[in-house]
Design a binder for this molecule. Sequence first.
Ligand SMILES: NC(=O)c1ccc[n+]([C@@H]2O[C@H](COP(=O)([O-])OP(=O)(O)OC[C@H]3O[C@@H](n4cnc5c(N)ncnc54)[C@H](OP(=O)(O)O)[C@@H]3O)[C@@H](O)[C@H]2O)c1
Length: 381
Amino acid sequence: MWFPVQTVCLRSRTVCKRGSVGAFLRCLRHLDANVSPFSHSAGRCSQTCQALVYRKHGDPSQVVQLEDVPLPSTGAKDVLVKLLAAPVNPSDINMIQGTYAILPDLPAVGGNEGVAQVIEVGSQVKSLRRGDWVIPRDAGLGTWRTMAVLAEDDVISLPNDIPLLAAATLGVNPCTALRMLSDFEDLKSGDSVIQNAANSGVGQAVIQIAAARGINTINVIRDRSDFTQLSERLEAMGATHVIKEETLRQPEMKELFKTCSKPKLALNGVGGKSATELLRHLQVGGSMVTYGGMSKQPVTVPVSALIFKNVKVLGFWVTQWKRDHSHDGRAFRAMVDELCSLIQRGKLTAPACTEVHLRDYRSALEAAMLPFASSKQVLIM
Ligand SMILES: NC(=O)c1ccc[n+]([C@@H]2O[C@H](COP(=O)([O-])OP(=O)(O)OC[C@H]3O[C@@H](n4cnc5c(N)ncnc54)[C@H](OP(=O)(O)O)[C@@H]3O)[C@@H](O)[C@H]2O)c1
């Protein structure tokens, strides 16, 4: 985590995942993009910055506080960055609640993704320059803060001509969507994918990346008063079909499959009955990939789906993918470049977002936990 004074590591159930990250921080006065070419110490005004800190697990709107935290000096292999924007994702909420698979030592700074601008580089930094936009390479950096000193290796650069919100929300959900569409089934143009939570950040990225590849998406969302409006929004992004959870059990599905092939891939971010219903529509031999459990219900797989349809039931965690590929930066670079290229070509946009200033963090945290919101809270620093 990007937390001062102590080195912080993420606890998993069995091992400490991060021995040492850029845990040393410093604050500058100059917060704009007009940084000078001099790499060291220009504009330094104080030894603190602001961060959303939690000292115990619990209700995020109760346990998170905006605090001044100290910053250390920038080491030779470090960069000093100004955070620009960082979303509030379900995993951030679960980490604060203490229910996520990996947890930082406390106290910790919230937030796992976001975009920052480099404003000072250490003397031995090779891959980054002042003015670059960067995102974290791994979970657990604690992005809800105004400034941070990070190891060069903890971040990866992005083009800074893409929209701010697209950059801030690129590192988790679009990466997850791209990997799930690429790594489990050999999907070709004309093939179909079915997904629940289709209005989630992941779901919106799945719709857009699939559409860019000519893949049909059958998008399942919960019924709501503004279903038609939301459905039209997802269709404008490239969704082939948008249906309600209830429709999965109805004869209308037969009609739908007259114009759309049976899906090779099901993406499950919900669990419970919704996941079981997705399985019902998979092609023989298809895969269901579970990446989230928003309903907090287990996935039940009918015996018949295993025996007679030989479906594969798998899981995916983008954090593990990033760690598995951390020895070779090329795979992550290629994924980020592919996503940025889609953004630059207008084929991938940020999910619907609500921008909230860092000081109004409590309303952002409360809103992030509401159902049927259909908008991601993004903290603007
Ligand atoms: N495995 C990975 O690598 C990975 C990566 C990224 C995200 N995730 C997980 O994916 C899930 C979605 O993340 P996100 O950032 O895309 O979410 P998000 O943008 O915050 O959207 C949340 C989604 O969950 C749905 N939802 C909430 N409560 C629900 C419930 N009780 N039953 C059914 N649906 C419910 C919402 O639908 P309504 O509009 O109907 O409320 C919405 O579609 C989370 O579980 C997250 O932790 C996993």
